[in-house]
Design a protein around this ligand. Sequence first.
Ligand SMILES: NC(=O)c1ccc[n+]([C@@H]2O[C@H](COP(=O)([O-])OP(=O)(O)OC[C@H]3O[C@@H](n4cnc5c(N)ncnc54)[C@H](O)[C@@H]3O)[C@@H](O)[C@H]2O)c1
Length: 381
Amino acid sequence: MRVLVLGADGYLGWPTCMYFSRMGHEVIGADNYFRRNAALALDCEALIPTPNLLQRAKIWQQVIEKKIAIHIGDVTNHEFLLSLFRAYHPDVVIHYAEQPSAPYSMLDRDKAAFTIQNNLLSTLNIVYAVKEVSPDCHIIKLGTMGEYGTPNIDIEEGWIQIQHKGKKDTFLFPRQASSLYHTTKIQDTDLLWFYVRTWGLRVTDLMQGPVYGISTDDADMDERLIPNFHYDEIFGTVLNRFIVQAIIGYPLTVYGKGGQTRGYLNIKDTLQCVYLAATQPAKPGELRIFNQISESFSVNELAEKVKIVGKKLGYDVKITHLENPRNEKEEHYYNPKYTGLLKLGLQPQYLTDGVLEGMFGIVEKYKNNINRDAIFRGVKW
Ligand SMILES: NC(=O)c1ccc[n+]([C@@H]2O[C@H](COP(=O)([O-])OP(=O)(O)OC[C@H]3O[C@@H](n4cnc5c(N)ncnc54)[C@H](O)[C@@H]3O)[C@@H](O)[C@H]2O)c1
């Protein structure tokens, strides 16, 4: 396959480029360095300095003798995106190129506006580029489990059948996000669904939970290939943050009661899921939705796991319950269905003590880079 990865410099984008390349596919990666620049502006850079995308592709070629073509540019610039489609005619486009942080989207009006513009325009441009240049190209879009929110009923995989006044129909599962960022993901799904119905596009929308981890088979070959790993309040995901906090003796920042429950997955599972979706594509005129998680935990359960493994490794791990800066339910029902990717062949990597120990081991090597001030600033909803 010829695979176009948009957002190729990101936490998930770069490992995805390497994974598809190693599996023998032609990979083209594009990014505008939004994430690097935003992290620099907010003084919350990744734990481990990573070479820029062009350099990473050169290192990859030295390591494995496979080429990844890199283009630096903005996906919201339609001419830039069209030029990529015209040059490569991809079989599949993997769309990671969005502003991915809930706290960033809640910082102020300008960042909210940027999030709406960046996320919706990038999706719209991809739809148009596919329609105009490669109508058979399969779009794989990263959505989020946060689109569903925390309803008091079971969460289905994308769709729900509703019976009303004696008649039945199938609709997108009701969505009610708890941040502006997550709301743009709902709007992305609506955009895609409209164009799937109207133009017969083939789309897979992956409702992904928070990802953790730093190690992938490819990144492990050379530490310069490691994904960008954030532990700050703006760009870090909760488990990655807790590991860093544990290592420097910063009490684990549980928000409120800590009963917030979500589905999580290892970065290695993200790679498997996206690969399975690409190699078994959606049909023309199909919006296929998978819930991309491997298991569920409450924040309290994650903190407890980190505390136990940290103690075993000799760290003095404490847990604190901060006043919750977010407007969210701290105790709620949560029962999502997630069988679609398992049926495609996903073999989940669960959160074992061994996985946590591996994360501790990598972060420990870079602990001198940790910026305590970036850990918690209390962005309010
Ligand atoms: N990491 C997670 O836990 C998680 C969970 C659910 C969903 N997601 C989604 O997965 C995708 C990737 O997330 P990530 O964690 O790798 O984020 P990331 O910020 O590390 O990667 C996104 C990349 O896209 C780039 N980008 C953003 N806007 C762009 C634009 N207009 N043009 C070109 N490049 C642009 C950024 O510079 C960045 O390198 C996002 O859409 C995110 O919403 C991530």
